[in-house]
Design a protein around this ligand. Structure first.
Ligand code: ZN
Length: 233
């Protein structure tokens, strides 16, 4: 039996917005989950609602497929996982060579909570925007980590847990191209206008690729990818 339903880990950023469109193309029923872990970019929580609302008008069948949104309060975890995203610290490299924006174990926690929610909601598949090509050096974004999580969750829940990561091998430019293939210019416009990526939660400046401070690592990655996609042959 092919999977018919999915739970998308949906932060409201470019990557998870593209993953949501990817899931809406494939599955008959799609629900979303967002995690509030006390992140600096609480503006993301607003962006995710705008992106969800906009998805329904990109393609009519997507409106029928898009089910409820779930918000899970993980502020207790955020308090443990002190990092530059959740505390007032500079964005820099630590002794491991990891940026201080790294929240230890974040995707492991998110996937565990998502698997529990998917089980309760009767959803077949988890979909996440993890990416190991131009990722920011986060070890929990690697496909090896995701595969190990899928194995652990399948054992722990005593049923197969499938984790799809459609962006894993894509560059940011290829992620824009995927969005265009899935939803055309309407989806590109929605992602540019309403998705939010900036670590600083800044939406005062508007660039071709959307809103942000323009110089944090997340904005730089998004800008470079967009420029490469626009300059495509
Ligand atoms: Zn920024």
């Amino acid at each position: 039996m092919p999977p018919k339903s999915a739970l998308v880990l949906f932060s409201g950023g470019q990557d998870s917005a593209t993953c949501l469109a990817w899931a809406l193309e494939r599955y008959e029923r799609v629900e979303t989950v967002g995690f509030d872990y006390g992140q600096r970019h609480a503006v993301e929580m607003q962006a995710r609602l705008a992106v969800r609302a906009g998805m329904a008008s990109v393609l009519p069948q997507w409106a029928d497929r898009l089910g409820p949104d779930h918000i899970v309060d993980l502020t207790g975890y955020g308090a443990i996982a002190d990092s530059a995203l959740t505390a007032d610290r500079a964005i820099e490299m630590d002794a491991r060579g990891l940026p201080t924006t790294f929240v230890p174990g974040r995707n492991l926690v998110f996937l565990t909570v998502a698997a529990a929610l998917a089980d309760r909601r009767g959803l077949d598949t988890l979909v996440g925007g993890m990416c190991e090509t131009d990722y920011s050096g986060y070890p929990d974004c690697r496909r090896d980590t995701i595969d190990a999580m899928a194995t652990a969750l399948s054992l722990g829940l005593d049923k197969p847990v499938v984790i799809e990561t459609p962006l894993m091998a894509l560059t940011k430019a290829q992620t824009w191209a995927l969005a265009e293939r899935l939803g055309g210019q309407a989806l590109i416009d929605l992602i540019v206008e309403d998705s939010h990526t900036c670590y600083r939660g800044d939406r005062t400046l508007r660039f071709g690729w959307g809103y942000g401070c323009g110089d944090c690592p997340a904005c730089e990655l998004r800008a470079v990818g967009y420029d490469q996609w626009v300059a495509r042959p």
